[in-house]
Ligand binder design. Sequence first.
Ligand SMILES: *Cc1c(COP(=O)(O)O)cnc(C)c1O
Length: 223
Amino acid sequence: MDIKSNIKAINETLTAGCKLIAVSKTQPIEKILQAYQTGQRVFGENKAQEMLAKYEALPKDIEWHMIGHLQSNKVKYIAPFVSLIHSVDSVRLLEEINKQGQKINRIIPCLLQMYIANEDTKFGFSQEEVIELLDNYPLSFHNVRVVGLMGMASFTNNQQQIRAEFRSLKVFFEKIRGKTLPPQVEMKELSIGMSGDYRIGMDEGSTLVRIGTSIFGERNYNI
Ligand SMILES: *Cc1c(COP(=O)(O)O)cnc(C)c1O
């Protein structure tokens, strides 16, 4: 199938209130343009410099989402234009995003990435750490806005396990939604689901699905 039919097929399966992030990491400009021509306007990247280069080369009505682990010293590359950073995995990183936002007078929307997988390779906050952050939220964080949570399930074919991991995140999301949150924090987005598990993610309440392979095909990391 081609990119256009892939996007169309995925859009037909999206539940109301769920938005498609086309994950274009490693994909060349021509392929992203093919997706753009179908009307897709939201793209996800996992490397700051690659995202910056694509931002510069492509139409300016694209919303760029950072979905990969972000090093503090790379925030400056994307701060001026990034629409949402899904992968905030430490208070230190949030602080750096705030600092870069302050320099350019922007409020940068972020999700807190939570550790839900049964693996030790994934980045993210634990539930205790998120509660701790929300209870002691720095008053100085005027240039970041936390708008929800992101999580990645374990790399497994076990659908029940994936569902259980997504569900635990959704339960936690609802729990903190019920709390009195700091003024710079809103809990409205839940970013769960990739090519292999986005339907489970949507069942469990996803508002943002991050899909690469099912749109663009397998990635080639050698180019
Ligand atoms: C690459 C990536 C995706 C997309 O994965 P696919 O399996 O190709 O859909 C989603 N989320 C994150 C964080 C990624 O790094």
